[in-house]
Design a protein around this ligand. Structure first.
Ligand SMILES: [Zn+2]
Length: 344
């Protein structure tokens, strides 16, 4: 099969379109013919050699996969060839105490397809998926759309609903509202009945963030975010801040919280460390919540909401698989709105 092989960490030029063997199946595996695979910032971190995921090279990236069942191992039932499927990006063991209590994104042996140790992903014509990580795709979505929601919407849902517990009538500040995860957070927050203030990094993204459902949009490059937030909330601040940018926006994010407010964070694209005025945290009764991906049950909820058209994935554009490097360059430039999708 054709695949994009990352033989060693480095720049986009290390993503090489080449021939490789079709993955072998065990009795509980399904061979999925990839129809679409969305790109995430996670792919860039792994391409750059971030050690946290213990990736073994050569490696095939790609955690957001939609496709059809090609063939199955002998113990697989209910997924005949031709079934349209998505792959759950987060792979718990479904045996440990975290998994058995429904917290499979905290699994003791947690892995991400296309990221962790020996788990090749969807930058390929075929991918091997153990049956417990396969779900039927939402009936009304194209393959490009189906590939564009699992990782971003799952992460955003876990942050806003499960960790942040956003309530109707509350106000959320979504930092980086034009990213894949940010646009998911805007939609989910609106669905939860909250008022949404979103920030974007350039003026041409204002209208798009509004279209997603943001009530107010600020430019975090040029505007004093916390001062504007205070204006929009009668001097109070917001109930919840949605963070994934980190050092660049952190100070403004913390200052935008109301008394007793919560900040939930799932990533830090501008660096690993920042400063925090601890006096501000305790005197204002703040909560800082970490969050990573989401559970299989949450992904099932999202599939239903996609089918009911209460949420919709946002595809910026597609690229042929062999142009994966070009797509990575575009993602790094941040000149996009929504997901970039590779088509084998
Ligand atoms: Zn587990």
């Amino acid at each position: 099969m054709k695949a994009v092989i990352l033989s060693k960490p480095g720049g986009p030029e290390n993503l090489v379109y080449a021939d490789t063997a079709v993955p072998a199946l065990s009795s509980q595996d399904v061979l999925v013919r990839v129809k679409a695979c969305a790109i995430n910032h996670l792919d860039i971190w792994i391409r750059n050699g971030l050690p946290a995921y213990k990736t073994v090279f050569p490696h095939i990236l790609g955690s957001d996969i939609a496709g059809v069942v090609e063939s199955s191992g002998q113990d697989v039932q209910g997924f005949p060839p031709g079934t349209a499927v998505i792959v759950s990006p987060s792979w718990g063991c479904f045996k440990c105490s975290f998994c058995l209590s429904g917290k499979d994104n905290q699994c003791a042996d947690f892995r991400i397809v296309g990221a962790s140790l020996n788990l090749d992903g969807g930058y390929a014509e075929y991918v091997r998926v153990p049956i417990q990580h396969l779900l039927k795709a939402p009936r009304n979505l194209s393959f490009e759309e189906s590939a564009s929601f699992p990782l971003t919407f799952l992460t955003a849902w876990h942050m806003v609903i499960s960790r942040g517990k956003l309530q109707p009538g509350q106000t959320i500040l979504v930092i980086g509202g034009s990213s894949g995860i940010g646009s998911a957070a805007i939609q989910i927050s609106r669905l939860a009945g909250a008022r949404v203030i979103a920030t974007v990094g350039s003026p041409e993204k204002f209208e798009k963030a509004k279209k997603m459902g943001a009530d107010f949009v600020l430019n975090h490059e040029t505007e004093p975010v916390h001062a504007k937030v205070k204006e929009l909330t009668h001097g109070e601040g917001v109930d919840l801040v949605f963070e994934h940018i980190g050092p660049k926006t952190w100070k403004e994010s913390i200052a935008s919280l109301k008394k007793g407010g919560k900040l939930v964070i799932c990533g830090s694209t501008t660096g690993p460390a920042t400063e925090l005025d601890l006096r501000f945290v305790f005197s204002r009764h703040l909560s800082i919540l970490g969050s990573s991906l989401g559970t299989r049950a949450e992904l099932m909820t999202l599939i239903s909401l996609m089918e009911e058209k209460k949420l919709r994935p946002v595809v910026d554009r597609t690229f042929p698989l062999k142009e994966a490097g070009k797509a990575h360059e575009l993602l790094e430039s941040r000149k996009l709105f929504g997901k970039l999708v590779l088509i084998p």
